[in-house]
Design a protein around this ligand. Structure first.
Ligand code: GDP
Ligand code: IMO
Ligand code: MG
Length: 428
């Protein structure tokens, strides 16, 4: 079984962490390929709740090797805190591997994320403020600091000096903030080196060898398709590729070794931060989804914006990612709704669109066209097969599957690992 990509089909928080966990012990390694501690994945195992951010969800599966791929941006202090937090709860994190080529989130990039957001005012992105955007910007501008630089003190100092010679000017003269001291930054980063050293590996080589040995590797995305820097609702996106292509560049695993793409999609839609959201509900119905689905950000605690399922978006995600399977999560949250509308198309300036419009100017003013399905009242959290779902819930799932144009192979009916209807083996 070769490499399998697992990613989000909407604006994030679809339940990717739970689905990775569900794949369980048949997976030999889980590689995070993009993003950083802007991600937040809640996994519930036997009633115990684990909130993961930088670590791939596979860290909770005994025997599975968690890998931080080269496409990730790493806040090393946060990484160590997360490892310590899990160790304190008895989770063995000793197998963690970190790519030598992953970029490091530096203190000045955390500051720059916050001050640029403030500077943007009403045009802000609503970032998580973790330094993600500035760190990816440095990567592309070729002034980034990488994990491997921590093992070359002289080279590190030269790079920090080079980066700060410009950034300090901007911080002081544009943003009226204090300059960063080169020594302070270098000392902080070098202070991490010793603990980090044993975790750092040539990950593309290791992963290639694992695949040669017939091991199963899951490539896990942070964020989601509509937050992808190329294919999302730019500029209201994150600064990395959260779509299937990012799984190759972010791990060093070539496309020819990827056999499946699992897209996780919520039975409704949520979004955190700014940007267009066609099916957003700004009324009590949105509040009801937020309450029933506990839709508050894992990372920042912000209330998530909530709305109905958007089949145009899901179809788009199926196409952009070449999804072979969908996992539909949080169907239980819709229980008790009298009716459940689904956006089946958009209208832009009186013209019907079956696909996401070409420009963001159009996307920002689409009017959703709804088809409404009857709801259900029965508690579905203990259903473990499609037959155990009430008729209306089954019809809702069947309708979504038809609109997405890809098979729904599992359905989430609760946060726990077991609260899942498995229709098709995801690792077939
Ligand atoms: P991720 O970022 O995609 O991993 O998703 P998050 O963990 O940020 O958000 C998903 C939330 O929904 C978490 O709190 C999960 O425990 C929870 N969850 C996942 N699947 C289900 C489900 O099928 N039903 C319910 N009620 N909750 C779920
Ligand atoms: P998971 O992996 C939901 C959003 C932020 C903001 C935008 C840019 O848990 O699905 P950034 O800090 O990345 O520069 O912020 O992206 N965002 C997420 N929204 N889930 C996430 O991750 C997110 N990661 C970033 O809210 O709108
Ligand atoms: Mg999340």
């Amino acid at each position: 079984m070769p490499a399998i990509v697992l990613l989000g089909a909407q604006w994030g928080d679809e339940g990717k962490g739970k689905v990775t966990d569900l794949l369980g012990s048949r997976v030999d390694a889980v590689v995070k390929f993009n993003g950083g501690n802007n991600a937040g994945h809640t996994v519930v195992i036997d009633g115990e709740k684990y909130a993961l951010s930088l670590l791939p969800s596979g860290v909770l599966t005994p025997g599975c090797t968690p890998v931080i791929g080269n496409g990730v941006v790493v806040d090393i202090g946060v990484l160590f805190d997360e490892l310590d937090g899990l160790a304190a709860r008895g989770v063995d994190t000793s197998r963690l591997i970190v790519s030598a080529s992953a970029h490091v989130i530096t203190p000045y990039n955390r500051t720059l994320d916050k001050v640029t957001e403030r500077f943007l005012g009403s045009r802000r992105i609503g970032t998580t403020g973790r330094g993600i955007g500035p760190t990816y910007a440095d990567k592309m501008a070729r002034v980034g600091i990488r994990i491997q630089d921590l093992f070359d003190a002289e080279g590190l100092r030269a790079k920090v000096e080079g980066a700060l010679s410009l950034k300090n000017q901007v911080l002081v003269k544009v943003y009226n903030r204090r300059a960063f001291d080169v020594d302070g930054v270098v000392d902080e980063l070098l202070g991490y080196a010793e603990r980090l050293r044993p975790m750092v590996v040539d990950t593309p080589l290791l992963l290639s060898r694992m695949l040669d040995e017939g091991k199963t590797i899951v490539l896990e995305a942070g964020q989601a398709t509509l937050l992808d820097v190329d294919h999302g609702t730019y500029p209201f996106v994150t600064s990395s590729n959260a779509t299937a292509g990012g799984a190759c560049t972010g791990t060093g695993i070539p496309p020819t070794r990827i056999s499946a793409v699992i897209a996780v999609v919520k039975a409704y839609t949520t979004r955190v931060g700014e940007g267009p959201f066609p099916t957003e509900l700004l009324d009590v119905k949105g509040d009801r989804l937020r309450e029933a689905g506990a839709e508050f950000g894992t990372v920042t605690g912000r209330p998530r914006r909530c709305g109905w399922f958007d089949a145009v978006v899901a179809r788009y995600a199926a196409r952009i990612n070449g999804a072979t399977d969908f996992v539909l999560t949080k169907l239980d949250v819709l229980t008790g709704m009298e009716e459940v509308p689904v956006c089946v198309a958009y209208e832009v300036d009186g013209v019907r669109h079956e696909e996401v419009p070409m420009t963001q100017a159009e996307f920002s003013r689409v009017a959703p066209v709804y088809e409404t399905f009857p709801g259900w009242d029965e508690d579905i959290s203990s259903a473990r097969s499609l037959d155990e779902l009430p008729r209306n819930a089954r019809d809702y799932v069947a309708a979504l599957e038809k609109m997405i144009n890809a098979p729904i192979s599992a359905i989430g009916v609760g946060p726990g690992r077991d609260a899942t209807i498995q229709i098709r083996d995801l690792l077939r």
